[in-house]
Ligand binder design. Structure first.
Ligand code: AMP
Length: 282
């Protein structure tokens, strides 16, 4: 595995590797790698001759400096995991190497960026688009892998690719969960034991909505999930919304929730966790 910190060096390496007729798969991450990331990497390795994984904690996508400072960083362990994953190139850029100017990448999202995470984390998606656009420009992958865990991000990046007509296929990957159901997240590393035990209520509540209440109205399902989560003393829901899974248009209260997407952000102590589930019958 090549470890590379410089974007020009990376461009050169990839030019040479492409001459050997390799497709390039790319998995952007912020590190503190877990099985969710590893599943994306495994998929890229199985579908491409070359897999590039970036680890870059992008300050521009954090709307709170405390969250950026406390974001888990476990580079030595990450590199060990990558060594055995089939990853060919680990890209570990410095800030200046990615952002050599202040230009904001402007995309017309038609409201996709102003709901849910966009509403509650102002500037977050601008930061995501600014970094992913630049990483795509450096790496020019054939395929790029994104988890449905960050469902809105996946749609935002797909829209960005469409907007600029980039020749990159965006591959959505299913959410990987702990045995008890909690969605894997780097931020889970910040939960203490008792918070971790209670965080599972988030996935329990959304699975209950899917399995028992999907034929209820949107309002009822939201109420049931909200109550179940907020009754727990360690959990404070920030939002629970039910949306069209393609457009993320918020659904109105009297519609049936079935086949819609439920998305939530919940504070567990000081740690903000997100999760989502399609309210279908599968
Ligand atoms: P992050 O390092 O949190 O920016 O995540 C990097 C990529 O891994 C993103 O595309 C995430 O959606 C994806 N990812 C993170 N957690 C999971 C998970 N539990 N299951 C599937 N994909 C995930």
């Amino acid at each position: 595995m090549i470890i590379c910190k410089d974007s020009n060096y990376l461009r050169n390496i990839l030019r040479k590797l492409r001459e050997l007729n390799n497709d390039v798969g790319f998995v952007p991450t912020m590190g503190a790698l877990h099985q969710g990331h590893m599943t994306l990497i495994e998929k890229s390795v199985s579908e491409n001759g070359i897999t590039v994984v970036s680890i870059f904690v992008n300050p521009r996508q954090f709307n709170q400096s405390e969250d950026f400072e406390n974001y888990p960083r476990t580079l030595d362990e990450d590199l060990k995991l990558l060594q055995y994953s089939g990853c060919d190139v680990a890209f570990l850029p410095e800030y200046e190497n990615v952002f050599n100017d202040d230009t904001k990448i402007e995309v017309e999202f038609n409201g996709l960026d102003s709901v849910l995470e966009g509403e509650h984390r102002p500037g977050h998606f601008q930061g995501v688009v600014d970094v992913v656009y630049r990483l795509f420009d450096i790496i020019t992958p054939d395929k790029a892998y994104f988890g449905k865990k960050d469902y809105q991000q996946l749609l935002i990046i797909s829209k960005m690719v469409e907007f600029f007509n980039l020749p990159i296929e965006i591959i959505p990957c299913s959410i990987v969960r702990e045995k008890d159901g909690l969605a894997l997240s780097s931020r889970n590393k910040r939960l203490n034991k008792v918070e971790r035990e209670n965080a599972v209520i988030i996935s329990k509540a959304i699975f209950l909505a899917k399995n028992e209440y999907r034929n209820e109205t949107v309002n009822n399902v939201k109420k049931i999930v909200w109550n179940m989560i907020s009754e727990n003393q360690y959990l404070t829901p920030e939002y629970i919304e039910i949306c069209d899974p393609k457009t993320l248009k918020l659904c109105s209260g009297n519609e049936e929730a079935v086949n819609k997407l439920l998305l939530t952000a919940v504070y567990c102590g000081k740690v903000r966790l997100i999760d989502n589930i399609l309210l279908d019958s599968n």
